[in-house]
Design a protein around this ligand. Structure first.
Ligand SMILES: [Zn+2]
Length: 685
């Protein structure tokens, strides 16, 4: 949408243009009829306004007079001086002019002589466009600074221009009028700049020596000329990242105040830069460690912390504060913490919107969570970025093998053979924290037969997933102390067959489900944060409700862990030693090669080879899921009820030959998708 400021002056401009034309037209007709007397009067008024001695009015004349040289009506003779007509044989054009004179009075609608000067009028239009540009920038700048009285300021700015420009219309000397218009155009804008610069840190000031140098350097950079310039910390430059504080039970005014406070902090732009870089390198979290010597920074990419080059203290802009410390202050201001306090545990949430805000469909939205705490050497902070939309839609995309997909789907879809689960009971979906549980649950709710059965998703309003077609949503707000029980009871009453109840930690929720299972065929899917299936079962049963009533209904546990995939551009094949293969219970004669990340060469050769453009030397790119599908047999149920140790339950699953992480991992290894190191890292978790 065009800014208001742009639209408003355009209409004002058109108004002045039309008014000018009409005024000249009407004067022309008037002059043609009334004659010199009026002209003299007009000249008198104009000269008065211009500070000249009034010209005495000529006596009134009855007869119409031929066109006379007269004072221009547009500012300073913008329309040029009229030309005296020379007697010439009448051409077609002259005849047309005569006709026009007949219709509109002497001089026609165009007036005597060339009324619009091709030089002077464009000059005015140019000045006007410059003014529109300034006005538009001032409005946007005030908006960014969240100035409260910007409407009043804008109105004053506009009226000042309107009134002064109207006054200038009456100045007969073009260049005097033009110079005044230049002043009207620039003086208020420059005054605004001077006032705004006083209240902002140096990095945000405009038209200073540093700023002009920065603009020059940026302009030169477009021609490939690199010029050293200071880092511009203004929020008007930098990456397309917008931050919005979020907090439960805090009024919008307070949140807005926090945002203004953070925006005016010199570290705000570095925060935006860091978030942008992290998202570009697919990082889901950032970690900072502050010590008196340096700031260490990590990115969590594909679940693994990668250390970036540490930033030495001397790079800071002042001796007391490192730029990264300024950044921490900006985050703390944003989440409503205390920037001075570097010892106590602090934290909060905000939203990060990345991309062009005008292209809403391409905007990436993140829920950011910040936490900081003092350490013996300084302070440590973590900033987590959770993508609001799940990028995966199918089981293939989350890495479920084709052969395994029917087995998983059998857990959630109605089966022809009803003696096999799939229509009644509990299915637990679990993963360790940050191992894509949300994505998996979202994909599973898409994958179940939601077009033939009624499926519902019951979740907290805070951090809810995006709606899925044909999946009913039942919402509750933990912020208001609500539990899933109410939407759950409503949906059960409506006869919904499959219910994804994400949080079953409250005893009433489990009780409601168990009571429904006594009479009806309902399938409940729930989530658990656990490192494997056995732990997920134990967590599920830890609820304060008798296990005897839950265990009979547990069908299965789907457990997932994410494993990094080797970079397809730089992975290298090698011949594994038979001992390793034996440990993995693989036949050494059947496995000729495995893959691993590229082995580093000596430094000079490594430099020659160059860094991998895809993974930037990490060796891995992206992750896929390992799945463990454990169906809970009667024997396992008996063990669960007898409080058997996790080890005993695990042995039972192995005895039954259930699909475990190891089986799945070895498949990936043989396909060359992951490396042995990575598999053992993930299995040891
Ligand atoms: Zn690579």
């Amino acid at each position: 949408m065009m800014p208001l400021y742009f639209r408003f002056p355009v209409s004002v401009f058109l108004f002045f243009l039309c008014a000018g034309v009409l005024f000249s037209l009407s004067s022309q007709r008037c002059h043609a009829q009334v004659g010199l007397a009026e002209q003299g009067a007009v000249m008198g008024i104009q000269n008065n306004l211009a500070g000249n001695t009034p010209v005495p009015a000529a006596p009134p004349q009855v007869q119409p007079m031929p066109p006379m040289p007269m004072m221009p009506i547009m500012p300073g003779g913008m329309m040029g001086q009229p030309q005296p007509a020379a007697p010439k044989p009448k051409t077609k054009k002259d005849l047309l002019k005569d006709k026009s004179d007949e219709l509109f009075g002497n001089g026609g609608w165009w007036g005597p002589g060339g009324y619009f000067s091709p030089i002077k009028l464009p000059l005015y239009v140019l000045l006007f466009l410059i003014w529109v540009g300034c006005a538009s920038w001032i409005n946007a700048d005030q908006e960014r600074q969240q100035k409260e009285n910007r409407e009043v300021f804008n109105l004053v700015y506009l009226l000042l221009y309107g009134v002064l420009c109207t006054a200038i219309f009456f100045i007969p000397i073009f260049w005097a009028a033009f110079s005044l218009t230049v002043l009207i155009c620039f003086v208020p804008a420059l005054t605004y700049v001077v006032i705004r610069n006083q209240s902002l840190p140096p990095g945000d000031q405009v038209l200073t020596r540093e700023h002009l140098w920065f603009l020059f350097a940026v302009a030169m950079g477009k021609f490939g000329i690199k010029i050293q310039h200071g880092q511009r910390l203004t929020y008007t430059a930098g990456p397309p990242v917008e931050l919005e504080p979020v907090a439960k039970g805090v009024d919008p005014q307070t949140l807005q105040a926090r945002l203004i406070l953070a925006r005016n902090d010199p570290g705000y732009n570095l925060l935006r830069d860091n978030i942008f870089d992290a998202v570009q390198s697919r990082a889901t979290a950032l970690r900072f460690d502050f010590s008196p010597e340096e700031t260490k920074i990590w990115h969590q990419v594909d679940g693994v912390w990668l250390e970036l080059l540490p930033v030495p203290r001397k790079l800071g802009r002042s001796k007391e504060k490192d730029i990264y410390e300024e950044m921490q202050e900006a985050v703390k201001k944003l989440v409503g913490g205390n920037p001075e306090d570097r010892r106590s545990k602090q934290g909060g949430k905000f939203k990060a919107l990345i991309g062009n805000p005008k292209k809403k469909s391409k905007l990436k939205k993140f829920d950011a969570e910040y936490m900081s705490q003092g350490t013996p050497t300084g302070e440590a902070a973590i900033l987590q970025l959770h993508a609001q939309t799940v990028p995966f839609k199918t089981l293939d995309e989350i890495g479920v093998r084709t052969e395994m997909q029917p087995k998983i789907l059998a857990q959630i879809n109605q089966h022809e053979d009803e003696s096999i689960y799939g229509h009644k009971g509990f299915v637990i979906i679990s993963s360790p924290p940050t191992h894509g549980l949300r994505s998996t649950v979202s994909v599973l709710s898409r994958s179940c037969d939601r077009f033939t059965r009624d499926v519902a998703n019951i979740e907290d309003v805070n951090g809810a997933s995006e709606p899925i077609e044909n999946v009913i949503r039942g919402m509750y707000d933990t912020g208001k102390g609500e539990t899933p029980v109410k939407p759950l009871a409503d949906l059960l009453f409506r006869g919904i067959a499959v219910l994804f109840v994400r949080d079953m930690s409250a005893p009433e929720t489990v009780k409601t489900c168990c009571e429904a299972l006594l009479h009806d065929d309902r399938l409940f899917l729930t989530m658990a944060r656990a490192k494997d299936g056995v732990e997920a079962l134990r967590r599920f049963l830890a609820v304060d409700f008798p296990s005897q009533q839950i265990v009979p209904y547990i069908n299965s546990v789907i457990c997932q862990r994410l494993i990094r995939v080797l970079c397809s551009e730089c992975k290298e094949a090698y011949e594994p030693d038979p001992k390793t293969l034996q440990q993995l219970r693989l036949n050494p004669n059947q496995v000729q090669q495995l893959f691993r990340k590229r082995t580093p060469l000596p430094p000079h050769e490594e430099a020659k080879r160059g860094i991998c453009h895809k993974c930037h030397g990490v060796g891995y790119f992206g992750r896929t899921a390992l799945f463990e599908l454990l169906t809970v047999s009667d024997a396992t149920k008996a063990l669960l009820l007898s409080n058997a140790t996790p080890e005993v339950i695990r042995q039972q699953f192995n005895k039954e030959g259930q699909q475990t992480f190891l089986h799945e991992g070895i498949r990936l290894l043989l396909k060359g998708e992951t490396a042995l190191d990575e598999l053992s890292r993930v299995l040891k978790m």
